[in-house]
Design a protein around this ligand. Structure first.
Ligand code: FES
Ligand code: FES
Length: 222
């Protein structure tokens, strides 16, 4: 008889308890045992970022995380980004600016972008910074610029509607606008996510951890 783990964790602010095999992928626990099918599977190998969720605020590829590592952890999935039935500012910006097309990559990108905006609170991240943060999320449809535009538009809207707007926005926004024309280069790897991915790989697949995220295979237009 195979071992079963009683997994207690928090998903989108709610305490959950499920009984699962300890090595079941977090991706499958979320989709099959928690009914949260917003998180998607792309490659299943830690390469595409479609399955990204937050573990204690850090983006991870949930296809590489065994259930046992989620014990006691706070998970946020794409379903947890909006409060109530309305789209979040970030989600709406993606819709309005063409940041989502087929949608396969969108849940993972939204989660990663949400984490970026949480880290960047009080300013608008520049083009290059957004591209670095999203380097672990592949998209075959949008060409990335519309995604970057959507993330920055959401940051601007959040700043414009928040308290202390003038003090926070004047210089950072001006500086980032100056950078935007120079930031056409393709995405480079995010150190934070690369570290996280490498850590998860080191625990889940020791042999692959040495290769880090450099093994991603960029496709056309990347
Ligand atoms: S499905 Fe997890 S990284 Fe691609
Ligand atoms: S919108 Fe289709 S893969 Fe990104």
């Amino acid at each position: 008889m195979s071992a079963v783990l009683t997994l207690d964790f928090t998903v989108n602010g709610k305490r959950r308890r499920v009984r699962v095999p300890p090595m079941k992928r977090l991706l499958d626990v979320l989709r099959e045992d928690c009914g949260l099918t917003g998180t998607k599977e792309g490659c299943g190998e830690g390469e595409c970022g479609a399955c990204t969720v937050l573990m204690d605020g850090v983006p991870v590829n949930s296809c590489l995380v065994p259930a046992v590592q989620a014990a006691g952890v706070k998970i946020v999935t794409v379903e947890g980004l909006a409060k109530g039935p309305a789209l979040s500012v970030l989600q709406r910006a993606f819709v309005e600016r063409g940041g989502t097309q087929c949608g396969s990559c969108t849940p993972g990108i939204l989660v990663t972008a949400h984490a970026l905006l949480q880290r960047a609170k009080g300013r608008v991240p520049g083009d290059a910074e957004v591209r670095v943060a999203l380097a672990g999320n592949l998209c075959r449809c949008t060409g990335y610029q519309m995604i970057v535009n959507a993330v920055r538009a959401a940051a601007r809207e959040t700043l414009a509607s928040g308290p202390g707007r003038a003090a926070r926005t004047a210089r950072p926004v001006a500086r980032e606008q100056g950078k935007s024309a120079r930031a056409k280069s393709k995405p480079v790897k995010t150190k934070a996510k690369a570290r996280t991915t490498a850590t998860v790989r080191a625990q889940a697949k020791p042999a692959r951890a040495k290769a880090g995220v450099a093994r991603r295979r960029p496709g056309p237009g990347r």
